[in-house]
Design a protein around this ligand. Structure first.
Ligand code: NAD
Ligand code: LMR
Length: 328
């Protein structure tokens, strides 16, 4: 029996993500938690004639405990989204506190669950969750994931004109680093099957992947940020984790993980000089089996992008760690 939980289930991402999870035959029980509107969302989704039973919880009556108890996988899209003119870091003040409190709940009620964090700024909220888990003595870096899949999905889509694939996702393009602006580093040189981006078009496509989030924020014009593409990306990642847990082999997807705690991660952490970093991770029955080092053969252009990314990441990560170590 597999129980999946969505924290922030009534939101722009939460609703379509919960819908997609309800369609998955890998899930038997789906618990939806939010500070508002979950009874309605749960009632609506529960009428869909797929396997999972659906329940909805609010904070009242110990709702978080009921939602999380027995959970195998918890996906967190709870928190405020950007408006035009804001950076993801501007969300830190509100969202770090939300993620801290939800992570405390996970550490108490389902410490062995796979935790997938979508709430921004991911570069800082994942370190926040890791510190909460560490303090509670339940940190298992193999089970804590920052969801960066939307960057990979965007890379696949935007590069289609160069890959020539009918289905954009048929090309695997590693995107490493973090999840904001220049911390996002697509590695076209490591794509499978390989393809070529003409030099004159390289800056533009890299920029579009790095700032794809801004493109949506601008287009929504005050109505929030990416929700539907994010729900797809979050579902794609959650499904891979669940497939790996159920025994499927060869599943790899980049994720923002605590490198020193996963196989192969120590070496990458030494190379990049930060402990949290998104790299392709091989998934298995206990979460991360191995972090794949895709940096060895990158080209000079990508190495320069990486240098800039690491500078930005350092501050973001420290901010998250500090938030828990020395609360404001
Ligand atoms: P939204 O405002 O539509 O939904 C957020 C939901 O979280 C709301 O329903 C709200 O009630 C709920 N919430 C707030 N505090 C909560 C708490 N303490 N416990 C449970 N639920 C709580 O926002 P959205 O568009 O769904 O975006 C959610 C977050 O995801 C934002 O931080 C956004 O920046 C981020 N995001 C991340 C990625 C990524 O690639 N990782 C992509 C898109 C958006
Ligand atoms: C995205 O990449 O779309 C998300 O991180 C949301 C945002 O704020 O851009």
């Amino acid at each position: 029996m597999v129980k999946a939980v969505v924290l922030g289930a009534a939101g722009g991402i939460g609703q379509p993500l919960s819908l997609l999870l309800k369609t998955s035959p890998l899930i038997d029980e789906l618990a939806l938690y939010d500070v508002v509107n979950t009874p309605g969302v749960a009632a609506d989704i529960s009428h869909i004639s797929t396997t999972a039973t659906v329940t909805g919880f609010l904070p009242a009556d110990d709702g978080l405990r009921h939602a999380l108890t027995g959970a195998d996988i918890v996906v967190i899209p709870a928190g405020v989204p950007r408006k035009p003119g804001m950076t993801r870091d501007d969300l830190f003040k509100v969202n770090a506190g939300i993620v801290r409190d939800l992570a405390k709940g996970i550490s108490e009620y389902c410490p062995k669950a796979y935790t997938l964090i979508i709430s921004n700024p991911v570069n800082s909220t994942v370190p926040v969750a890791a510190e909460v888990f560490r303090n509670a003595g339940v940190l298992d870096p193999k089970r804590l994931f920052g969801v960066t899949t939307l960057d990979i999905v965007r890379a696949e889509t935007f590069a289609q004109e160069f890959t020539g694939q009918k289905v954009p996702s048929a090309t695997t393009i590693p995107v490493v680093g973090g999840h904001s602006g220049e911390t996002i580093v697509p590695l076209f040189s490591q794509a499978q099957p390989s393809f070529n981006v003409p030099e004159a078009k390289l800056d533009a496509i890299v920029n579009r992947i790095q700032f794809g989030g801004d493109e949506v924020v601008k287009a929504k014009n005050g109505g929030g940020s990416a929700t539907l593409s994010m729900a797809y990306a979050g579902f794609r990642f959650a499904e891979k984790v669940l497939k790996a847990v159920s025994g499927e082999k060869g599943l790899v997807e980049p994720s923002f993980v605590y490198l020193p705690g996963v196989e192969g991660g120590e070496e990458i952490a030494k190379e990049v000089g930060v402990d949290f970093f998104s790299v392709p991770v091989e998934l298995g029955p206990s979460g991360v089996v191995k972090a794949n080092n895709v940096l060895a053969n990158i080209n000079d252009y990508e190495r320069k992008l990486l240098e800039v990314a690491i500078k930005g990441l350092k501050g973001n990560i420290e901010k998250g760690v500090e938030f828990v170590k020395n609360p404001p």
